[in-house]
Design a protein around this ligand. Structure first.
Ligand SMILES: [Zn+2]
Length: 489
């Protein structure tokens, strides 16, 4: 979190921040909202286009049923009421990347309204919840590219017509930190229900913020500004703080806040007003004449509700109850549904949930982070990790050998027993061999051996370490401990 400098803190002290967020999310469909063009990210410019999304005369839009299904799924997961009838509307504005001169959206009859999500707890344990005003469907615009040809703007229409949902929150957030918490929970829910890849870098999750400041204790809302162009969660946090300081400074001077659009400049760490043409709000909405009202069958909506997977907060509650794990572990393990599935599979097959949790949070996440792999494609399958943990529990391999075995598993995908045998990592519990290593270590380190035999117990750890090293990690440390203790007299 950005720390405000001392003068900035003084300016904001008497004020409360009020934030509402508008989040655009690209739905995970194979084709666009109103035509059959591919939605894949990263295709060569203007290759995923057709007469419909290029807005050639005489073409008509045809609604993508899968986009509707995903939008309904998202609305239900966010606790919204899905309406049986909603209306598509034209949002008219001119911009070079908008070939039709309007965007198909929804206006006064959106798909869904009235949701709520919990984003954490207050200091007194009461839940902090954020209202969702509405969730509607719309299509994306194309993209203007300013840095490809010197002095000229290029247009890529691959994204034009890609299906989006816009999720508008109530102005329920009271700090930049709460805004980020809301975004994280929202992103996590959308990931769990698999309606979007919610990738901020690729633009499939975009955030605009409405922010105002008011004196603490005041109940009326102050004049808000809209902040755009934030493309990371930390960008959102920094932008909101910068805009809050700007507003508080004006209010302290007795000046008025103008309702306007502000653009976040992440490199400079400041907000500046958008040029006036970027903030024209007269969209002259009217019902889209080329699309009939969207009518959904109540039974179909309920069917989608029935198909929703376990949502993050339900899963967290169940993990706390079934596995008795600490809250910090649960937060890490339920960060995404695939990781939670992976952990559960290991825990069920191995039996000891805490040990499964430690391995998944430690070795598994480290390996995934190092290679950038996703857990679904990770070479170590849950059944094999469970078997490795069985080998440690049964004393067949030592903990340090298990880490070596795991590294081989991550590379080859081979089962742990096979690797342990191949690499000579099966723990040696043969008494003669262990005794020989212990005696060799004592003979090679006469000074330490003598001090140990004279009662310097603290040398036990050093000597065990030397035996483990000599055995290349194959000695059973408990037995080595015993043998040395016996010799220590
Ligand atoms: Zn098309």
């Amino acid at each position: 979190m950005t720390t405000l400098s001392t003068p900035a803190r003084a300016v904001t002290e008497r004020y409360e921040m009020v934030v509402g967020l508008e989040v655009h999310v690209q739905l995970r469909t194979r084709t666009k909202a109103f035509c059959c063009c591919d939605t894949a990210f990263g295709a060569p410019p203007n290759t995923n286009t057709c007469p419909i999304c290029l807005a050639l005369p005489g073409t008509l839009p045809l609604l993508n049923a899968e986009a509707v299904r995903l939008a309904v799924r998202a609305a239900l997961a966010l606790g919204c009421t899905v309406h049986e009838t909603s209306i598509f509307a034209r949002k008219n504005y001119f911009y070079p990347d908008l070939p039709k001169g309007y965007q198909i959206s929804q206006y006064d009859r959106p798909l869904a309204t009235g949701g709520r999500i919990a984003i954490g707890k207050n200091a007194d344990g009461t839940p902090i919840t954020i209202g969702i005003t509405r969730l509607h469907m719309e299509e994306d615009a194309g993209k203007s590219i300013h840095d490809r040809y010197g002095g000229a703007t290029a247009i890529d229409l691959n994204r034009a017509g890609v299906p989006l949902i816009e999720i508008v929150s109530e102005p329920d957030m009271r700090s930049a930190r709460e805004a980020v918490a809301y975004l994280k929970v929202l992103k996590q829910i959308l990931e769990y229900i698999d309606v979007s890849d919610v990738n901020m870098e690729e633009g499939s999750l975009r955030v605009d913020a409405n922010i105002s400041a008011r004196l603490r204790g005041e109940t009326r809302l102050g004049t808000k500004t809209e902040v755009k162009n934030m493309n990371s969660f930390s960008g959102v946090e920094r932008a909101l703080e910068a805009e809050f300081v700007r507003q508080c400074t004006l209010l302290e001077r007795g000046e008025k806040i103008h309702q306007q659009t502000m653009l976040w400049d992440g490199a400079r760490g400041e907000v500046r007003p958008a040029r006036s043409k970027e903030e024209s709000h007269d969209y002259r909405y009217f019902p889209e004449p080329d699309l009939p009202p969207l009518r959904l069958d109540r039974a179909w909506i309920e069917q989608i509700r029935a198909e929703l997977p376990e949502l993050p907060q339900a899963r967290q509650a169940r993990f706390a109850e079934s596995y008795a794990l600490p809250a910090g572990d649960i937060e890490v393990l339920t960060a995404n549904a695939k990781l939670a599935d992976y952990f559960e599979s290991v825990a069920r097959q191995h039996g000891d949930a805490k040990s499964a949790a430690n391995w998944v949070m430690g070795e598994v996440l480290a390996a995934l982070n190092a290679t950038g792999q996703s857990v679904e494609h990770f070479a170590v399958r849950p059944a094999d990790l469970a078997k490795l943990l069985d080998l440690v529990r049964d004393g067949v391999v030592s903990h340090s050998a298990a880490k070596q075995i795991f590294a081989h598993m991550a590379e080859t995908g081979d089962p742990p027993q096979q690797i342990a045998e191949r690499e000579g990592l099966i723990q040696v519990r043969d008494a003669d061999e262990l005794a020989r290593w212990v005696d060799e270590v004592l003979a090679e380190n006469p000074t330490e051996a003598a001090r140990f035999k004279n009662g310097e117990k603290k040398l036990l750890g050093v000597l065990v370490g030397l035996v483990m090293k000599k055995s290349k990690g194959r000695a059973d440390p408990r037995r080595v401990n015993q043998l040395l203790s016996e010799r220590g007299g």
